[in-house]
Design a binder for this molecule. Structure first.
Ligand code: NAD
Length: 275
């Protein structure tokens, strides 16, 4: 590995809403070089990704062949990072392929099952290759989750509402599930029943996750990504809320993850493990 040479980066899902931001951020980072852009949007394949995302020519065409791009990336003097913002149906295979080529996946795509995460962890371990699964790259969300974990020690009643644009494929959001996971395992069962509840419409009380935490998902055009964690106790409500207004908010976390992955030899889950 050449010290101080730019980190080679492949972006998969490069023509999507998040992928476009990542292409711009990587192109502007002095310690990184964009070497590949993969997307299966047929009308954009072959076009210069820099022109597509509006940051000027980068001489990197959008390709629809991930394997060929990874094979090319594996020839670089310094092994690189693959940033994935695609779809829940393809992210697992993409990550396996990257690890097989020694390319470290930075996974932003949500919707991986617990079993898939376990399998990727084993695969990354065996290959001694870093892999980061980051359900939310925004530092504000990490801070919200830390506050939620702290509050969980003092409140017994809590519900989560996550709100996203209506193009989102998975529900609840990976971030909401991660929040639940962080708040669980404290040895308590949240939301002890006060009355016998009857749902007049199935799902009205949301879904139960982790240690009995109600999670509600809202999908509307006009939203980007938002989360509320609402704690209740007699005489008080404590609300934690995080709102994103621009996808640029994720980019400091994405760039930090790319830099940290270079020295990682196993899978990490969650941005808080890298901060
Ligand atoms: P999007 O639909 O705008 O973009 C996805 C892109 O991936 C599209 O251009 C599509 O053509 C491409 N694509 C899909 N399957 C592919 C494949 N197999 N190979 C190559 N390209 C493929 O979606 P988006 O809003 O950019 O979100 C993408 C994912 O990122 C979603 O799972 C979303 O939940 C997640 N997300 C994560 C974070 C985070 O902080 N981790 C933030 C926002 C969104």
């Amino acid at each position: 590995m050449t010290q101080n040479s730019p980190i080679p980066v492949v972006v998969v899902g490069a023509a999507g809403k998040m992928g476009r931001e990542v292409v711009k951020a990587v192109a502007a980072a002095p310690d990184m070089t964009l070497i590949g852009a993969v997307d299966r949007a047929p009308e954009l394949v072959g076009q210069d990704v820099g022109e597509v995302v509006g940051c000027g020519p980068l001489e990197v065409p959008i390709l629809d062949q991930l394997e060929a791009t990874l094979a090319m990336a594996a020839q670089e003097r310094q092994l690189g990072v693959m940033v994935d913002f695609t779809h829940p149906s393809s992210v697992y295979e993409n990550a396996r392929s990257a690890i097989a080529y020694g390319i470290r996946p930075a996974i932003g795509t949500t919707g991986l099952s617990e079993e898939q995460v376990r399998e990727l962890a084993e695969f990354a371990d065996k290959a001694s290759t870093g892999c980061a699964i980051i359900p939310n790259f925004s530092i504000g969300m990490v801070l919200l989750q830390q506050a939620a974990v702290q509050a969980s020690q003092y409140f017994d009643h809590v519900e989560i509402i996550e709100l996203h644009h209506n193009q989102k494929a998975d529900a609840p959001s990976g971030t909401a599930l991660q929040t639940v996971q962080l708040m669980s395992g404290l040895g308590k069962t949240f939301n002890p029943a006060q009355v016998e509840e009857k749902e007049l419409i199935p799902g009205a009380r949301g879904s139960l996750a982790g240690d009995n935490i109600n999670v509600h998902s809202i999908r509307l055009p006009g939203l980007i990504a938002h989360q509320e964690v609402i704690f209740g106790a007699p005489g008080q409500i404590y609300t934690l809320r995080h709102d994103t207004s621009d996808r640029a908010c994720y980019m400091p976390g994405v760039l930090l993850t790319i830099r940290k992955l270079i020295d990682l030899k196993c899978l990490v889950y969650g941005l808080e493990k890298l901060l």
